[in-house]
Design a protein around this ligand. Structure first.
Ligand code: SF4
Length: 416
């Protein structure tokens, strides 16, 4: 007889509304692509989305498409296509999976959102290298494929203290995007719409930050694995009222869980963990269940906080965008990153840290230059490193991950 496994996690009701948000978003893009009446800009996930909204662009974020390729476990088979074209299997597996999918004429959108059979075609592509250089190469390939302009911001990297010179140079680069964007849009920048988008983006960011902060409660109403999908609207919808509305609903549910003392885990939350690095998209469900079954919850992460832009200020849109997109964790030096993680560990009351060593994204991987040991020596909080990748499952060993995580939880148990 088939024995049904007991659920170990509680699902959030509002997750359905966030899924609907994503469906509406992709259908709106598809409609724009079909009608040709609205211009479409492709934008990197922490690119200048608010400026694009000020010119009426529909915005497509290829990284969310790549994450879908990962989550649907399509990516691994598509990466070799890009490799055969000359892209190393060691570079960003978002890039290689996405280009591989395009060349093969495949998209997970068609299954997830019936009626959509291809990604929307760009009129212009806009990047910011604040996260990595890979996005520039990625967009350059599509720019030449579609014969459309590619414009971008060259950001500072490994930034310690942020100076006025940093902000001025980025603000100037954002301002310099206006002219080529207006040319393609066929309309002038609407300053009121731009400021409104910056304001809405800030509100969205504040709400998302509050949602994540509810995980400081014991037990936590949220897991990192849920947050990975719940953050979709913060990525693709920032600068819109709809994203603000949907996070109000999510926050209300999370706060009512906290008030009722109801955690995301069905059983006792014995250990609270922090996740540094990207998720393994093709193992989201598996990792979520495996960790919950061990009585642990990943309550916070660096990655899901990447879409918090607290510096945005609609009264000073260019400068505040420059600051918000420079302040990000990923653009900062190790001293900043260590302080940041140390504060998160204290705020969320974490017992341990899981570092994901993602083979093809050193930019989101912080365990390569001694940081875990340095942090352990100042906080006393132990860590484990798991080797893997965001999208390329050839770099992932499920057995090894399980063994390492189980041993880590045993270690936490023994140290109590
Ligand atoms: S930050 Fe990492 S995963 Fe994201 S685009 Fe750059 S290399 Fe790829």
């Amino acid at each position: 007889m088939n024995q049904k496994k007991k659920p170990v996690l509680r699902r959030l009701e509002s997750a359905k509304q966030l899924s609907q948000f994503m469906a509406d978003y992709y259908h709106a893009l598809n409609a724009a692509d079909q009608s040709g009446k609205e211009k479409i800009a492709w934008c990197t996930s922490v690119g200048p989305a608010e400026l694009l909204r000020g010119m009426g662009y529909q915005i497509y974020f290829p990284e969310t498409h790549s994450a879908m390729l990962g989550a649907t476990r399509m990516a691994t088979d598509l990466i070799p296509t890009a490799t055969a074209m000359g892209y190393s299997p060691e570079i960003c597996s978002y890039l290689t999976a996405d280009i591989g999918a395009f060349v093969k004429g495949i998209t997970p959108l068609s299954k997830a959102f019936p009626g959509i059979d291809h990604v929307p075609r760009p009129d212009i592509l806009v990047y910011n290298t604040n996260q990595c250089r890979d996005v520039q190469d990625w967009f350059a390939w599509y720019g030449s494929k579609f014969n459309v302009p590619v414009v971008g911001i060259q950001s500072h990297r490994s930034v310690g203290e942020i100076s006025d010179a940093h902000i001025r140079s980025i603000a100037t680069q954002i301002e310099n995007l206006v002219e080529p964007l207006e040319r393609v849009a066929g309309q002038k920048l609407d300053m009121d719409a731009f400021k409104n988008a910056v304001g809405l983006s800030r509100t969205c960011s504040d709400l998302w930050e509050k949602c994540l902060a509810t995980a400081s409660a014991r037990p936590s109403p949220l897991t990192f694995f849920d947050a990975n999908t719940l953050m979709g609207p913060a990525v693709v919808g920032r600068g819109t009222q709809k994203a603000v509305d949907v996070y109000k609903v999510l926050l209300e549910e999370l706060e009512s869980r906290v008030a009722a003392g109801e955690g995301a885990l069905v059983n006792e939350e014995k250990y609270r963990l922090y996740w540094d690095g990207m998720p393994v998209w093709g193992r989201l469900g598996m990792h979520s269940t495996m960790i919950a079954e061990l009585g642990a919850n990943v309550v916070a992460s660096t990655y899901c906080s990447s879409w918090i832009f607290s510096a945005l200020d609609e009264s000073d849109p260019f400068t505040s965008m420059a600051r918000a997109y420079t302040e990000l964790f990923i653009t900062r030096d190790d001293a900043f990153k260590e302080d940041y993680i140390r504060n998160k560990l204290a705020f969320f009351g974490c017992d341990g840290v899981i570092y994901h060593n993602a083979r093809t994204c050193p930019n989101n991987t912080n365990c390569l230059y001694g940081m875990p040991k340095r942090l352990q020596s100042t906080t006393g909080i132990p860590f484990v490193v798991i080797d893997g990748d965001l999208n390329d499952l050839r770099c992932v060993s499920d057995e090894q991950t399980r063994t390492h995580v189980e041993a880590f939880i045993e270690q936490l148990e023994e140290s109590r």
